[in-house]
Design a protein around this ligand. Structure first.
Ligand code: ATP
Ligand code: MG
Length: 353
């Protein structure tokens, strides 16, 4: 089913010039357009959803997505808790990301966990990944999410190494908008802000996902392994087991930005050759050491932004609202940074067969 790209302005975003299309189509033999899915040698990328030909797209409120109606296309990611697949809805041709978390607990407990996770479904905001449905079935929790075709910020970082300040400010602006919604409108704390929970797409959008997921799962004893991993973006007050609030997410945001700017997790192990001995050593470092700061090579505005996020005393940390008008965000506002082009040039790391 080859489509004429000139008919749909959205297609222009991704298609190379026409001569390249035919070149790629003939000689590489791997490029074709099937429905709204543009598949080339590098992988899969959604170009548009054909609103004119398909039934109306499914809305988050529809609540009638069933697994039987979803065709699995490929695995696009793996976390500690589960596997994420790109799936297509058979009747509307809509794409979704399906996260499957294999549970190892009693059914009643799993149903409760699925219920708790439904908090993700309530959020409706342009800066939050849409969560269409969450349910428990046959030993696993299924989460149907909006598909973000650029993958996560962690995927992007692997590709680009570091992110320059103007792009970082534009990314951060969107994350702050999402956090303002969560903190000040929904009154929820994300609790697991990290590069892999910030998703991007070809439109240059950045959206927050997975709030509360790891914390809720970790509260199920069988899933305590959800905390396995070398790095943590968790605030010192959370690690210490004390009370924590919105400001805990601001700490995580500071570490995420610092990692994006420098290309490295902001804490270094005592013995660099040996690396971190374990997760608890990293947690100890976060609690005991002075806060990390941005190296001098970065702009004073960026350094100030980072230190506003990384006060060890949560009360001294800025709020998401305050950070949205911080000079670091304001500095690049007039540049109209084109994140769509930036993400597209970096290429989708998810898209490799
Ligand atoms: P952890 O399990 O420790 O929280 P994680 O966030 O990487 O780690 P997942 O949430 O399972 O684990 O996500 C794994 C990967 O799947 C992400 O890094 C991202 O590349 C991809 N992914 C997750 N959700 C989506 C989505 N909605 N659209 C596109 N890709 C996604
Ligand atoms: Mg995640």
């Amino acid at each position: 089913m080859k489509k004429d790209s000139s008919m749909n302005p959205n297609l222009k975003l991704h298609l190379p010039p026409p001569e390249e299309v035919s070149f790629a189509f003939i000689t590489r033999g791997g490029t074709f357009i099937d429905g709204d899915l543009l598949v080339n040698r590098d992988g899969v990328r959604i170009v548009s959803q054909a609103e004119d030909e398909s039934p109306p797209p499914i809305k988050p409120s529809d609540n009638h997505l069933s697994l039987a109606d979803l065709d699995s296309i490929k695995v696009i990611g793996k976390g500690n808790g589960g596997v994420v697949q790109l799936v297509r809805h058979k009747w509307t041709n809509q794409f979704f990301a399906l996260k499957v978390i294999q549970m190892n607990a009693e059914e009643s407990r799993c149903r409760l966990v699925a219920q708790e996770l439904k908090i993700n479904q309530l959020a409706q905001n342009p800066y939050i990944v849409v969560c269409y449905q969450i349910f428990y079935d046959n030993g696993a929790i299924f989460i149907i999410l909006e598909y973000m075709d650029g993958g996560s910020l962690a995927d992007l970082l692997k590709k680009v190494g570091t992110i320059l300040e103007p792009y970082l400010a534009a990314i951060c602006y969107q994350v702050l908008k999402g956090l303002i919604y969560l903190h000040h409108e929904e009154h929820v704390i994300h609790r697991d802000l990290k590069p892999s929970n910030l998703l991007i797409n070809h439109r240059g959008e950045v959206k927050i996902t997975d709030f509360g997921v790891s914390a809720i799962l970790a509260s199920t004893s069988d899933l305590a392994h959800s905390f396995v991993g070398t790095y943590t973006f968790m605030s010192p007050e959370r690690i210490s087991g004390g009370k924590y609030d919105n400001k805990s997410d601001i700490w995580s945001l500071g570490l995420v930005l610092l990692e994006c700017a420098t290309g490295q997790f902001p804490y270094t192990p005592p013995d660099k050759d040996k690396g971190w001995e374990g997760f608890f050593d990293v947690m100890l470092a976060v609690v005991e050491l002075a806060s990390p700061s941005a190296p001098e090579q970065f702009s004073p505005e960026f350094c100030s932004f980072i230190s506003s996020c990384l006060h060890k005393d949560p009360q001294q940390r800025s709020s998401a609202r305050e950070l949205l008008v911080h000079p670091f965000i304001k500095k690049f506002e007039h540049l109209d940074v084109d994140l769509a082009a930036y993400f597209n040039d970096a290429g989708s790391p998810l898209a490799t067969f």
